[in-house]
Design a protein. Structure first.
Length: 404
C-alpha cells in the first residue's frame, strides 16, 4: 500500500506540485509514469531475487522496505531546495522497489495459504495495493494548498510511514510457514537458481496460452489505468469538484472488487470463464458512460454509478488474472507470472493513456471512452482463445506424500 501511495502522491494536487517545483504539469505526470517505464525494464532481477531459497521472500520484502525509505527521504529532501531532479531520483528508487512489491501477493498466497484460499489471499494483496491511491486522493488534497504549501509535510509523513513499515517488516515477517499449507507449496524447493536459469525458466510465459492471457490481462489493466488517470478529459463536462467525487468513489469501489475477483475463483474454480465475464461486464457499463460522456454533468448520478461498477469489476480482474496466470504457467513461480503480467499492464497502460489523449484531442471524449470499451472487447477476445488448463490445481496429490 505504501509504495502505491507514494506512486500517486502528486496526481491529486498536480497543479500545486508543478508550481512548487517550478515545472509544468506534464513533467509532474512523469513522476507516476516513471513507474510504468521502469518496471518492464527492471523487473527481471528483483523477481529472480524473490525466488531463491526459503529466505528470499523475507529478504526481498526487507530490501523493498529499505528502498522505500531511501526514495521517501530523497523526495522529502528535495522540498528544501525545490529540486525536481532530486525528487525524480527518489521516485526512481521507489519505482525499483515496486519491482519487488508487485510480485509478492500471488507468491505469498501460494506459500502461505491453502488451495481454497489462493484467490482470496491474492485479492487481499491486490486490495492493499489499491488502498494507496484511495488514501492519496482522500487525504493529500486536504493537506496541500494551491501554491504547494503542505507538500513538504506530506512527504515527511510518507518518510515516517516508510521507516515504520521497515521496522515492522524486519520484526514481524517470518521466513516461511512451519508446514506447507498446500500440495503446490510442498512441491517448491529451496534450491537457488542462477539468473540465467531463471531467465530460461521464465520463457514458459512466452508460450501461446500464457502470452495471450498476459496480453489480455495487460489490456484490461491498461484500460483501468487510463480510466483512473484521464477522468478529466474523458468526462470534460464535469466540474473539478464532481471529478474529485467521482474519482474517489471509483477508487473506493475498486477495493471490494479486488476481493470479489479472488472469491469468485475460489468458489467456482472457473479461471478462464470467470475472468472473461469479469472483463466483459465493465465493458457494458462503460458503453453507458460513453453514451453520456458529453453530457455527464446532466446525468451525474447515473455516470457516478456506472463508473463505480466499472471500477469494481476492473479491479476484480486484477486478482483473478494473477491466479489464472499461475494456473497456466505452473510450475513457473507465482512471482514470475505476476511480474510478466505487471509488465504487460504497464506497457498497455502507457499505450492507452497516450492513445486516448491523442484520440480525444483530435476527435472528442466520446471516441476516447469508446476506445476503453473496444479495449475490453479485444481483451475478452484474446482471453477466449486461451485454453482452460489448471496445472497447479491438477498437481498429483501423491506428490505431497513424496515430498513430506
Amino acid at each position: 500500500m505504501l509504495n502505491a501511495l507514494m506512486w500517486i502522491t502528486f496526481a491529486p494536487t498536480r497543479a500545486a506540485c508543478a508550481l512548487f517545483f517550478a515545472v509544468d504539469g506534464d513533467t509532474i505526470d512523469w513522476l507516476s509514469m516513471s513507474y510504468m517505464v521502469v518496471y518492464p525494464v527492471a523487473f527481471a532481477l528483483p523477481t529472480w531475487y524473490l525466488e531463491g531459497d526459503g529466505k528470499s521472500l523475507q529478504r526481498g520484502l526487507r530490501l523493498c522496505a529499505l528502498l522505500n525509505v531511501a526514495g521517501a527521504v530523497l523526495r522529502f529532501a528535495s522540498t528544501y531546495s525545490h529540486s525536481f531532479p532530486l525528487l525524480m531520483s527518489g521516485q526512481l528508487i521507489l519505482s525499483i522497489a515496486q519491482c519487488l512489491s508487485l510480485g509478492v501477493p500471488p507468491r505469498v498466497a501460494a506459500l502461505w495459504f491453502g488451495e481454497s484460499e489462493w484467490g482470496f489471499a491474492t485479492g487481499l494483496g491486490v486490495l492493499a495495493n489499491q488502498c494507496g491511491p484511495v488514501v492519496a486522493y482522500l487525504v493529500i488534497p486536504s493537506l496541500v494548498t494551491e501554491d504547494g504549501v503542505g507538500l513538504p509535510l506530506v512527504l515527511a509523513l510518507e518518510s515516517v510511514l516508510a521507516v515504520a513499515s521497515t521496522v515492522l517488516t524486519f520484526l514481524a515477517v517470518p521466513q516461511h510457514p512451519t508446514r506447507p499449507p498446500s500440495r503446490a507449496a510442498a512441491s517448491r524447493t529451496d534450491i537457488d537458481t542462477t539468473f540465467w536459469e531463471f531467465c530460461k525458466s521464465s520463457l514458459s510465459m512466452c508460450r501461446r496460452d500464457s502470452l495471450l492471457q498476459g496480453m489480455g490481462y495487460g489490456v484490461v489493466v491498461g484500460v483501468l489505468y487510463a480510466f483512473e488517470t484521464l477522468l478529466g478529459i474523458l468526462l470534460p463536462s464535469l466540474s473539478s469538484q464532481r471529478l474529485s467525487v467521482l474519482g474517489t468513489t471509483a477508487l473506493i469501489s475498486g477495493l471490494p472488487g479486488s476481493l470479489f475477483g479472488g472469491w469468485v475463483l475460489d468458489v467456482t474454480k472457473q479461471y478462464k470463464w470467470a475472468t472473461i465475464a469479469l472483463t466483459l461486464a465493465p465493458g457494458l457499463t462503460l458503453i453507458g458512460v460513453t453514451m453520456l460522456s458529453a453530457v455527464a454533468d446532466q446525468h451525474f448520478v447515473v455516470v457516478l454509478a456506472l463508473c463505480s461498477v466499472a471500477a469494481c469489476l476492473l479491479c476484480a480482474v486484477l486478482s483473478a488474472g494473477f491466479e489464472w496466470a499461475v494456473e497456466l504457467s505452473y510450475p513457473t513461480s507465482e512471482s514470475t507470472s505476476a511480474a510478466v503480467l505487471n509488465c504487460w499492464a504497464n506497457i498497455f497502460g502507457i499505450v492507452f493513456i497516450y492513445g486516448i489523449e491523442a484520440v480525444v484531442q483530435k476527435r472528442s471524449c466520446v471516441f476516447g471512452n469508446a476506445l476503453l470499451v473496444l479495449g475490453l472487447l479485444s481483451a475478452a477476445a484474446l482471453l477466449a482463445v486461451v485454453s482452460d488448463r489448471r496445472n497447479r490445481q491438477d498437481l498429483n496429490p501423491a506428490a505431497l506424500k513424496l515430498l513430506c
